[in-house]
Design a protein around this ligand. Sequence first.
Ligand code: NAP
Length: 254
Amino acid sequence: MATFDDAVAVVTGAGSGIGRTTALTFAERGVSVVIADVDTEGGEETVARIEDDGGNALFVETDVTDPSAAESMVDAAVDEYGRLDYAFNNAGIGGAQNPVAEYDPEKWQTVVDVNLVGVFNCMRAELSQMQAQDEGGVIVNNSSVLGKVGFENSSGYAAAKHGVLGLTKTAALENGETGVRINAVCPGFIETPLLEAGGITSDSEMRKQIESRHAMNRLGTPEEVADAVVWLCEDDASFITGEALGVDGGYLSR
Ligand code: NAP
C-alpha cells in the first residue's frame, strides 16, 4: 500500500457534498484524486479547489450507471497517476418520496441504478485494477443509516443502500487475501445539497424532526463523513474489512 503522500484515489459524486469534501480531505493529505461525477461544473470546481491548495486532481465525467464509464474512470486514474490505491464509491441520489404502493417503477429503478448498480459497476472496475497491482487497495462505499433500517416513503433508496452493504460484505469475503479491503460508511443525515433537494433543510419543522432522530440532536457535516472514509483507508484500519461503519450521531442507537 502506498503512503498517503504518493497515493491515488477516485471519488465518485465528487462534484458536490460528501464526495467533494472527501476529495478535498484526501488531497490535503497528499493524495492525487480523480474526481468523477455527472456534474461537469461541480467536478471542475472541486478540481480547481484542490489545485488552488497545491494538490493534484483530474476531472473525469462519469455516469456510474454505465459500466464502461466506470472502467474509463479507473483507466484515467492509472493513465494519469500510475495506479489506484483508494476508491470512495459515493455518487448517489435521493430519488422520489412515495409509499411502496404508489411508487413509480421507473423512478424506483433509477434510484437503484444509481445507488446500487452504480456502486457495483465502480467496484468491478476498481477491483480489477487493485487486484492486479502489488500494493492492493482500499474501497469504501457510501451506504447510509437507511442501509440498516427503513425510512417511510424511501423504499428505493433504502433497498439500494441495504444492497450496498450486501455488496460490501461479499466483496470483502472474496478479497480477504488479495490485499484489498472493502468497507462501507453509513452516514446519518448530513447537511448537503441532497438534503436541500429533498426539502429537509429548507423546512424548519422537518429539519427539527430529522435532527431529533439522532442522539446528538443535529445533522452531521460532510467533514465528519470524509474523516471516517479517509481513516478507513489508512493503515490504522488494516484489520478492518467488510465493516459498515455508522457515522450517524447515534441515529442507529435507537
Ligand atoms: P450531493 O451533494 O447531491 O452529491 C452527489 C453527487 O453525485 C452530485 O454531484 C450528483 O450530481 C452526483 N451524481 C448523481 N448521479 C450520478 C451518477 N449517475 N454518476 C455520477 N455522479 C452522480 O449528495 P450527498 O449528500 O453528498 O450524497 C453523497 C452520497 O452520500 C450519496 O450516495 C448519498 O446517498 C449518501 N448519503 C447522504 C446522506 C445525506 O444526508 N446527505 C446521508 C447518508 C448517505 P447531480 O447533482 O448532477 O445529480
